[in-house]
Design a binder for this molecule. Structure first.
Ligand SMILES: *[C@@H]1O[C@H](CO)[C@@H](O)[C@H](O)[C@H]1NC(C)=O
Ligand SMILES: *[C@@H]1O[C@H](CO)[C@@H](O)[C@H](O)[C@H]1NC(C)=O
Ligand SMILES: *[C@@H]1O[C@H](CO)[C@@H](O)[C@H](O)[C@H]1NC(C)=O
Ligand SMILES: *[C@@H]1O[C@H](CO)[C@@H](O)[C@H](O)[C@H]1NC(C)=O
Ligand SMILES: *[C@@H]1O[C@H](CO)[C@@H](O)[C@H](O)[C@H]1NC(C)=O
Ligand SMILES: *[C@@H]1O[C@H](CO)[C@@H](O)[C@H](O)[C@H]1NC(C)=O
Ligand SMILES: *[C@@H]1O[C@H](CO)[C@@H](O)[C@H](O)[C@H]1NC(C)=O
Ligand SMILES: *[C@@H]1O[C@H](CO)[C@@H](O)[C@H](O)[C@H]1NC(C)=O
Length: 232
């Protein structure tokens, strides 16, 4: 325990030195909006339903919502300097650049309708607040004069979880069927490790543990799907 904390203190100290060495003291907004900041859609989208392959005969309905993990972004690759740059920008534009956190999404939405004859799933993209400007007063590195964009999440709103845009993503049948669970509605996603459709493996185990009747009807279903597929 003691060793670990001394090591992390060392790591912290050395990364602090790096941060100091790479810091920039100035940030001048280069956008000409009336405000220093602007709203934008986040750079990452999350699947918040299972995939649906909806037959031509009737509209389908799917439950949406779960948990996603997201936070601030800055479009430079120099990781060592991001902390101090966020803090410089934060002082100028009065935004809080929180690190990644896990948020609930689409808490109060009813089921989402997928139109008959459509394959797809439902996705969520967070709303962000951003500032774009030129760095100045940088110490001993190549950041001087660079234009950067820093964004932070708009946050939770209206008791519905994280603020953002919900939309349907239309795919082909195989892609829809590959999303075998809602990857935002897993224990993993709730614990901060949303892994997209790859995260569905765990939930499939739950299905396997279900009653034999379920297993049998599932097998019958795959056979009928196969027949339908061969029939085409
Ligand atoms: C940024 O703006 C400040 C005043 O707000 C000014 O003094 C400074 O020269 C500007 N820096 C750059 C690099 O334009
Ligand atoms: C959806 O259903 C309507 C009404 O039954 C039908 O006219 C339409 O062709 C269907 N759409 C697709 C893509 O199958
Ligand atoms: C699906 O919903 C749309 C819009 O509500 C409706 O126009 C259409 O007839 C429905 N399709 C079927 C097959 O019920
Ligand atoms: C989330 O998972 C629970 C438990 O498996 C299920 O009852 C619920 O319908 C799911 N909700 C969504 C939005 O996928
Ligand atoms: C960051 O994004 C802004 C706005 O798109 C762009 O003007 C700037 O060149 C980008 N900076 C870097 C270092 O990629
Ligand atoms: C950022 O952190 C502050 C302080 O902890 C908190 O009040 C705020 O809600 C957070 N914002 C987001 C988007 O999580
Ligand atoms: C669907 O999943 C299978 C098996 O993991 C994979 O081989 C295939 O490329 C996937 N198809 C699509 C369209 O994502
Ligand atoms: C997140 O999930 C992936 C896939 O299940 C796993 O390989 C990885 O170790 C997990 N990461 C964390 C931090 O739990």
């Amino acid at each position: 325990m003691f060793t670990i904390s001394s090591i992390s203190a060392l790591v912290l100290a050395s990364s602090c030195q790096q941060v100091l060495a790479q810091s920039c003291s100035g940030f001048n907004v280069t956008t000409d909006y009336s405000d220093l900041t602007y709203t934008s859609l986040g750079s990452r989208s999350y699947i918040i339903s299972k995939g649906v392959s909806c037959s031509a005969a009737q509209n389908c309905s799917v439950d949406i919502g779960g948990y996603v993990t997201d936070g601030r972004t800055l479009n430079i690759s120099n990781d060592a300097s991001t902390d101090s740059i966020f803090s410089t920008i934060s002082k100028v534009v009065k935004l809080q650049f929180n690190e990644s956190q896990t948020y609930p999404v689409a808490l109060n939405h009813g089921p989402w309708t997928i139109k008959n004859g459509t394959d797809g799933y439902v996705a969520f993209t967070p709303n962000t607040l951003c500032a774009t400007g030129r760095l100045s007063g940088c110490q001993g590195n190549n950041l001087e004069g660079q234009v950067v964009t820093a964004c932070t999440l708009e946050g939770e709103k209206y008791g519905d979880g994280l603020s953002g845009v919900i939309n349907e993503v239309v795919t082909d049948r195989e892609s829809a069927e590959n999303v075998t669970c809602n990857p935002s509605n897993t224990t993993q996603a709730r614990n901060g490790n949303y892994t997209g459709s790859r995260g569905c493996a765990g939930t499939q185990d739950e299905t396997g543990a279900a009653s034999t009747v379920g297993g049998v009807s599932l097998a019958l279903l795959s056979v009928s799907l196969l027949v339908a597929f061969v029939g085409f």
